[in-house]
Design a binder for this molecule. Structure first.
Ligand SMILES: [Zn+2]
Length: 351
């Protein structure tokens, strides 16, 4: 590290400590925001203690970083991002990070680092932006979060990274060999999608799965021969709803109650993904960050109330979807503020 970057990092750390007291007004709930980044990813988790984890940062430029800051400060009452996870090095995931770091202090960054076999390197501005520290994350790692003073245990765990997976005994994973009958291998994905970091957030029995853009054949290894994830309540539809991800073997193993798709107005929402979601007997609702405005949109969209943004990207207001888990973890609500939709769901008891 040369002296310039050392000083930048030092000032960033001091700045980060300086704003360490958040104005967060605790309501005892766990919140998740899906911020619209026009087909990129930016999922903001705010814990009952007011600690924040941002998973991915949308695209380069001001638009997505600005939307993240607005959601974080105005909606969630945060003054900083405590933890930032970048699932993989595609620009719709890491692209907004360098600009974001100029707008709000960022704590520790977790990513795949620069490793042998990395197919696409992030640009220099990503490698050098100000933050309190950087870590390479590995399967089995948990991101240290403050536990609620009362209420169930909170845990954010890495299940997979760089095509490596958590050991089954670490999560008491059950054998799941029969699911192989649903797996039809697809062409190998040589891009960085296949290296995606996979996260599982637990709060009591509540489970939220974020698999980044993990692709088909790698997804299968998450659930076969052992189901390393278990059943989840909320499934972030992998890879924006593209059909190179969302292997039915995964959907049928995770058995989500709710699916949230961070698609764009012409990205994601693939017919096969909707068809495979429809086969999930536990699924009660799918939400979309964006309406699919392609010619196939009339059939490949959920009802308008369940969609946060209805206009093309150049006319888009960038509304978010918000999920709130009750303090005891026993139920949760999903709100689409732009359409005034809210619905309540019960957390599924986990064995
Ligand atoms: Zn992506």
């Amino acid at each position: 590290m040369n002296i310039r970057y050392f000083l930048l990092a030092l000032f960033a750390s001091i700045g980060f400590l300086f704003v360490s007291s958040v104005s967060y007004s605790a309501d005892g709930k766990l919140h998740i925001y899906w911020i619209d980044t026009e087909g990129g990813a930016a999922t903001l988790i705010v814990t009952p203690q007011g600690e924040s984890v941002l998973v991915d940062t949308g695209n380069p430029g001001l638009r997505d970083a600005d939307r993240i800051v607005k959601a974080a400060t105005r909606e969630a009452g945060l003054k900083r991002i405590d933890h930032l996870v970048i699932t993989h090095f595609h620009r719709d995931h890491f692209g907004g990070a360098a600009t974001l770091a100029t707008l709000i202090p960022i704590g520790r960054v977790y990513d795949n680092g620069i490793f042998e076999g990395l197919s696409e390197r992030p640009d220099q501005s990503y490698l050098e932006f100000s933050c309190a520290g950087r870590s390479v994350i590995n399967p089995g790692d948990t991101i240290a979060l403050k536990q609620p003073t009362s209420g169930p245990q909170l845990r954010l765990m890495c299940l997979a990274a760089r095509k490596q997976y958590i050991k089954p005994d670490l999560v008491q994973a059950k054998e799941n060999r029969d699911i192989a009958s649903l797996h039809r291998p697809k062409e190998r994905d040589g891009s960085d999608n296949a290296n995606s970091i996979v996260l599982l957030l637990s709060y009591g029995d509540f489970r939220f799965f974020d698999g980044g853009d993990l692709t088909w054949n790698q997804e299968f290894e998450l659930v076969h021969p052992y189901n390393l994830v278990g059943q989840v309540d909320v499934y972030q539809v992998t890879h924006h709803g593209l059909d190179s991800s969302n292997n039915p073997a995964v959907l049928q193993s995770l058995k989500p109650t709710i699916a949230v798709m961070n698609n764009g107005h012409i990205k994601g929402c693939m017919p096969d993904v909707f068809a495979d979601l429809k086969e999930v007997s536990t699924l009660k609702a799918t939400y979309q960050v964006h309406k699919n405005l392609r010619p196939d949109g009339s059939v490949n969209n959920v009802p308008d109330d369940f969609i946060a943004n209805h206009h093309p990207a150049d006319k888009c207001e960038g509304h978010f979807i918000k999920l709130s888990v009750a303090a005891d973890g026993g139920n949760y609500s999903v709100a689409v503020p732009a359409t005034k939709h809210t619905a309540n769901y019960m957390t599924v008891p986990k064995l």
